[in-house]
Design a protein around this ligand. Structure first.
Ligand code: SAM
Length: 290
């Protein structure tokens, strides 16, 4: 299998999941934190990335004028909070099945208060899921839901793997695609939306992070920052081709959508985004199937 198809937590696309965990650890250390992810710090400590990553606000501030980590952790905190709230609202409305696509080091299955009987599926590459579950197991951390990891490449037939793991398409589902779309080629993204629609019972919900300006999000300055801060040039891993906006695509499929600009969400929390992040035009799309 080529490295294009498989990666671990300190190489290729996998290291982006570790960077998100570092950002969540930094946020968790703040007195005014928007989220609490007590496991993020352990992932960073255990992974030993090629370039050290911060786990506290003080370490992030050591970036000085460059501000890669403080700005990144603010952006990630706002997005994490938005999707934490999404899941909490879904379960409050009676949804008992969730799928986290490209879950990386997302620890929601372990840190959110899921009602009894809720099943949470997590899809990612095998080595990424193995690392996460090993670190959590070594700390004696148990899932707060019925947790089912599904190790499969989202460019392949992931739906069959999900159903083989027990996914029930007759139950309403809360789906999440956070930090995923720029890594998928356009045809895999189109397939993803169609499969999610096909697998979604009435009453299902879908939250998606999308960028109005992927080139700005993943362009030269983002690439320079990532090389210095993660040791990996992510620009070559990103697909910047034009594709339909997720809100439009889901609307065509019959979903009702609501879009919230990350910049507005950040301002509402009193944590404005840096100019560098604002120009990426990140949007959180919340869709519901009647
Ligand atoms: C930026 S991280 C986001 C992780 C997580 N959603 C979060 O926000 O913490 C991107 C994740 O997408 C996963 N990913 C990207 N392309 C994938 C694919 N084709 N199949 C499975 N996972 C993929 C990576 O392994 C990585 O964990």
């Amino acid at each position: 299998m080529s490295t294009d198809q498989q990666w671990d937590i300190v190489s290729g696309i996998g290291i982006t999941a570790l960077a998100v965990a570092a950002a969540r650890a930094v946020e968790t250390s703040r007195p005014d934190a928007l989220i609490q992810d007590p496991y993020a710090v352990r992932f960073v400590e255990e992974a030993r990335p090629p370039v050290p990553m911060p786990t506290t606000a003080a370490e992030a501030e050591a970036d000085g004028a460059r501000r890669y980590w403080p700005d990144t952790s603010t952006y990630i905190a706002v997005r994490t909070r938005a999707f934490d709230d999404f899941f909490q609202e879904a379960v409050a409305a009676g949804v008992t099945q969730a799928v986290v696509l490209a879950s990386g080091l997302d620890a929601r299955a372990f840190r959110l208060p899921w009602p009894a009987g809720t099943v949470v599926y997590e899809i990612d590459q095998p080595l990424v899921l193995d690392f996460k579950l090993r670190v959590l197991r070594e700390q004696g951390v148990a899932a707060s839901c019925e947790h089912r990891p599904v190790a499969v490449d989202l460019r392949n037939d992931w739906a069959t793997a999900l159903e083989a793991a027990g996914f029930d398409r007759s139950r309403p589902t809360a789906w999440l695609a956070e930090g995923l779309l720029p890594y998928l080629p356009p045809e895999a993204e189109e397939e993803l939306f169609q499969e999610i629609h096909r697998l979604s019972a009435p009453g299902s919900r879908f939250a998606v992070e999308t960028f109005g300006n992927v080139a700005a999000a993943m362009g030269k300055s983002a690439a320079d920052g990532s090389i210095r801060s993660m040791g990996v040039d992510i620009s070559g891993l990103i697909h910047t081709d034009r594709r339909p906006k997720p809100a439009d695509r889901l609307g065509d499929l019959g979903w009702r959508t609501r879009s919230v600009a990350a910049e507005e969400a950040a301002a509402a929390h009193g944590r404005p985004l840096s100019d560098e992040f604002a120009k990426r035009e990140a949007v959180h799309v919340f869709a519901r199937l009647p």
